[in-house]
Design a protein around this ligand. Structure first.
Ligand SMILES: Nc1ncnc2c1ncn2[C@@H]1O[C@H](COP(=O)(O)OP(=O)(O)OP(=O)(O)O)[C@@H](O)[C@H]1O
Ligand SMILES: [Mg+2]
Length: 363
């Protein structure tokens, strides 16, 4: 089943045409493994598919689910963004160092936002390091070509584990006999090793932000929280170990993440019910670790687009309820990026996304 496929009505709207083209191309280029399977298409609906009436409307192939848009958008004026990525880039570029962590659930646009922000900082003439746990191929695609001032690196869990294992074997394996080595190898083969190895890579990146500007494109929730958790235990262990002998001197990655002057967390989401709830849950988790998110980025928003397509306009109206939820308490700062006609992959299109997001008024 192919869900949420956009089918343009008889509209001459460029965004609608672009989206319909994207769907068509994706459907024409299905991977060979699934190409010949029976396919059922569920069209993109104008409403959020949450709740019984919405689910019934989904089953009935109805285009409208009426207790929706009119009531949801009755909250008065449309929500306006309070900060732009360009503005944030300028803020960061004014300093010599700093860390931005881009977080959020899978597929909401973390890598895109991280790449756009890194690009904007590099263009302002500051050295910036973009670090990601996303497979390198995708990121390279997103920001292909050489951008001066910008370096990209990838935290590869498998590779980090290999390096870490080798390091430990070299340091601790020296004096061991065969039996001892066997035990050590067995120890290192446990799943904890990957956790520790990725954490070390993460800590390296965090500390690098003491010297330069670093953007960290994190993996979706599960992994991020694991890292935070690891950061928390490491933090407690370090404090226990060193706080007595050198009080006030210990700096752990967690402490850097908690300090807003050094680190800023951006939560990326879509203006849809479930993604917003999940981002709110992630924010709660961060707050439990005493990390206060700097701002929220709503990506792929129709509210800030100029579309005239009737279905997309309806969806834009439904977005208002979510935007009000975010602006009305969830987010301290809100940035809204439009849904683009083309996927913002590569330097020119990322610049276009930055320009589009920057048009929104700042406070
Ligand atoms: N504003 C936008 N308009 C149109 N397409 C977008 C926009 N932002 C992102 N996309 C596209 O949406 C897809 C997902 O974006 P991206 O890869 O940045 O998400 P992600 O959160 O990093 O995903 P993952 O969790 O898998 O790492 C990509 O194909 C990207 O090109
Ligand atoms: Mg990504």
């Amino acid at each position: 089943m192919m869900n949420g496929v956009f089918i343009a009505s008889s509209s001459d709207d460029s965004l609608a045409r672009g989206l319909a083209d994207q769907s068509r191309t994706a459907l024409q280029n299905l991977p060979p493994e699934i190409k010949d399977l029976p396919l059922h298409i569920v069209p993109l609906k104008p409403f959020n598919t949450v709740g019984l009436p919405a689910l019934r409307a989904l089953l009935n192939d109805k285009q409208s689910h009426e207790d929706g848009a009119s009531r949801e958008s009755s909250g008065g004026e449309a929500v306006k963004p309070g900060f732009s990525l360009t503005g944030l880039a300028e803020e960061l570029a004014a300093q010599e160092r700093g860390l931005v962590l881009v977080m959020g659930k899978g597929g909401v646009g973390k890598t895109t936002v991280a790449a756009a922000l890194a690009l904007a900082i590099a263009e302002l003439g500051k050295k910036v390091h973009l670090s990601t746990t996303d497979p390198a191929a995708h990121l390279a695609q997103t920001i292909e070509g050489n951008v001066p001032n910008l370096t990209i690196s990838r935290i590869d869990p498998k590779e980090e584990t290999r390096i870490y294992t080798e390091k430990i074997l070299e340091a601790k394996g020296k004096g061991l006999d065969d039996e001892g080595l066997k035990l050590l190898r067995e120890d290192l083969a446990s799943p904890c090793t990957e956790e520790v190895a990725v954490f070390h890579a993460f800590a390296r990146t965090v500390f690098e932000a003491r010297r330069s500007i670093v953007i960290l494109d994190t993996a979706p929730t599960g992994h991020t929280l694991l890292l935070l958790d690891a950061a928390g235990s490491y933090h407690r262990e370090m404090l226990k170990k060193f706080e007595e002998s050198t009080p006030g001197k210990v700096k752990t990655p967690l402490m850097m993440l908690q300090d807003e002057s050094q680190s800023k967390v951006l939560l990326v989401t879509l203006a849809e019910t479930t993604p917003v709830s999940e981002a709110a849950a992630l924010q709660d988790d961060l707050r439990r670790a005493s990390i206060e998110p700097y701002g929220w980025v709503v990506n792929r928003s129709l509210s800030v687009s100029t579309t005239r397509d009737p279905l997309l306009r309806k969806r834009a109206q439904h977005e208002q309820k979510e935007l009000q939820r975010i602006a009305g308490g969830l987010a301290k700062r809100l940035s809204i990026l439009p849904l683009m006609t083309e996927e913002p992959v590569g330097v020119p299109l990322l610049k276009k996304l930055l320009r589009a997001g920057a048009q929104s008024p700042s406070p």
